[in-house]
Design a protein around this ligand. Structure first.
Ligand SMILES: [Zn+2]
Length: 336
């Protein structure tokens, strides 16, 4: 039985993550508060144009201005599938840290990412991960991250993802895997299978799902408009089958359309994948989380402050149950 624990004090909901117990606070009234730093709609166009002129990821420069992998790891020095091109990160924060462009276009709006782009990018990223692991078996925890526009901490406008293959799980992943194992030992069941089943039954935060992948709004989000993708039966990125990648690409493309409808202009996506050299799917299923970030403007009200950075408490202004309704409208509409 999954515990969806929440306490209401005044207008604030204190919610606790059913797996980790992490506290978040939700007050929808905060979404209506005055934000004095929001002006100048034309700034986005100027930012896109100015950055295009010297963009290292645009097709006319990417071949000469980005590094190559050593031939021992990748034969051709880079991996290309469709419009995706994977190459080493010039400024890494991990040992095996690559970058992958998603499109030839310098800028795409949220509703312009078609499923093929995402599928090809995931395929290329997986190919990179397998090649690195074959060369260095200690590198085994993949991270697939997408930072869209500068408020997400993405320094380059051109659509791209970051791919890391780590020797150790990040502290959060380590905690999530350990808690999933505890749940399995105590209940004899897979936490993720239980979560999907209960959310589907409650139908308050469940958006869409099948036997490959489920999409839901997180009960206790640690980001604004947090959407959870849970991959049925796969504990790591390399275990995803073609149909799972295809389904993820279609659903993510649609959720980004819903984000656009909601006025979102920046986001982060990150996977929580288990190790690639063993299957942990008995107790752990891989997931990806998507959160919105502030709209790209010269000066904007940031969505994380001292509570998030220094107290590990996320203060959120949208109820997950409301978010699920908004996304469901788009994802089940048949729009493509
Ligand atoms: Zn570009």
């Amino acid at each position: 039985m999954i515990q969806f624990r929440k306490v209401l004090r005044d207008q604030i909901e204190y919610r606790f993550d059913p797996l980790t117990g992490a506290q978040v606070r939700i007050n929808p009234a905060r979404a209506k508060r005055i934000r004095q730093g929001e002006t100048r709609e034309d700034e986005l166009d100027q930012l896109i144009e100015a950055s295009r002129r010297a963009c290292p990821f645009c097709p006319e420069r990417v071949e000469t201005e980005t590094p190559r992998f050593s031939r021992e790891i990748i034969d051709d020095g880079r991996i290309r599938i469709g419009e995706s091109l994977i190459f080493p990160n010039l400024n890494p924060f991990g040992e095996c840290h690559a970058v992958g462009t998603l499109s030839k276009e310098h800028f795409l709006y949220l509703d312009e990412f078609v499923p093929e782009m995402i599928r090809d990018n995931l395929g290329a990223a997986t190919s990179y991960i397998i090649s690195v692991h074959a060369h260095d078996s200690e590198a085994k925890y993949p991270v697939y991250m997408w930072n869209y526009m500068p408020p997400s901490a993405g320094s380059i406008i051109h659509p791209h993802v970051q791919i890391l293959l780590e020797r150790q799980p990040t502290p959060h992943l380590s905690n999530v895997i350990a808690k999933s194992l505890n749940y399995y030992r105590e209940n004899g069941k897979n936490y993720w299978a239980c979560l999907v089943e209960e959310e589907r039954g409650l139908d308050e935060r469940f958006v869409i799902g099948n036997d490959l992948l489920s999409v839901l709004a997180s009960f206790a989000p640690c980001g604004f408009n947090e959407v959870y993708f849970i991959f049925n039966g796969a504990s790591s990125l390399v275990q995803l089958n073609e149909r799972q990648m295809e389904t993820f690409s279609i659903y993510l493309s649609k959720v980004l359309k819903a984000y656009k409808d909601m006025g979102v202009g920046s986001f982060n996506l990150a996977t929580l994948s288990g190790p690639i050299d063993q299957s942990q799917s008995e107790f752990y299923w891989m997931s990806a989380k998507l959160i919105s970030r502030p709209y790209p403007r010269g000066i904007y009200t940031n969505d994380s402050g001292p509570m998030e950075r220094m107290q590990s408490v996320w203060v959120i202004d949208t109820l997950p149950e409301e978010l699920a309704k908004k996304i469901k409208v788009v994802i089940t509409s048949g729009r493509s």
